[in-house]
Structure formats: structure tokens, C-alpha cells
Design a binder for this molecule. Sequence first.
Ligand SMILES: [Zn+2]
Ligand SMILES: [Zn+2]
Length: 149
Amino acid sequence: MQSHADQIVQALKEKRLRVTPQRFAVYANLLDRTDHPTAEQILGDLNRDAPMSSQATVYSSLQALYKAGLVREVLLEEGVRRYDANVAPHHHFRCETCGTIEDIAWDEIRDLSVGGVDRYEVTVYGQCERCAATLAAQGLPHKPDLSQT
Ligand SMILES: [Zn+2]
Ligand SMILES: [Zn+2]
């Protein structure tokens, strides 16, 4: 059985990317999480473990991984670029209270392809389970109650 590190090195090599400590660290960090971090969040994480990464090296590593198809960019908010190591087709859910972004399996949303559609991706907005529970505990409705106006 291969170790996690071997798998990462192999994935980089298969894409003909030179294996640098920064690329390795950035890709390993992304594979370990599902929260769709920004480059700044990855940088913060890496520097907590071992202060060695600069913003520029994290950005260039992300660009190399992105071009190689190992990570994808997720653009759900204006001007915010997030990264995801899950490159299989999937949709996203975004919590409007805490900003959490979760993956939604591709087949959980019915096929929306019609003639001429090449690709699409759905973003579902609402409250994550944690925020929904917090709001319920406070006796607040998930949405403004429009029936009582
Ligand atoms: Zn939430
Ligand atoms: Zn995702």
C-alpha cells in the first residue's frame, strides 16, 4: 500500500510537474481539507506547521496545480478565489450565515443538461446544519417569515 506522501508525489509526476516542497505542501494541504480555502488560508496553515512559504510560492504552486488539473478554482463570491482538490464534477452548497462551503455529489441534483449545454455547476444557498441548529435553538426562523407582514 502506498503512503499518502507517495500518492501525492506520483500525482504530481503523472502531470509532469516537478515535485517541489511548496507544491507538495500546498497539494497535501488541499487534499486534507474539504472547506475550499483561499490561497491566504492555505498560506496561514502551511506557515503554522513550518514557516517556509511565502504568498508568492503558494500562489505559483496553486497555479501549477490548477493548470495540471489537480485542483480546481471555486468562484462563489465576487472577487474570492477558493481552491478544491476534488476535481470530479460536483456542485456546492454555501451557508449564508457562516460561509461554509460543502460539496454536493453530482447525482444529487437531477441532470440539467438540455440541448447545447456543455457544462454547468449548481450552487445551493442556505444554512448549514450547524447554523440551522443554532438558529433553531434561538427560536429564529431560517428565513424571514413573510406571512405576518
Ligand atoms: Zn453555517
Ligand atoms: Zn467542491
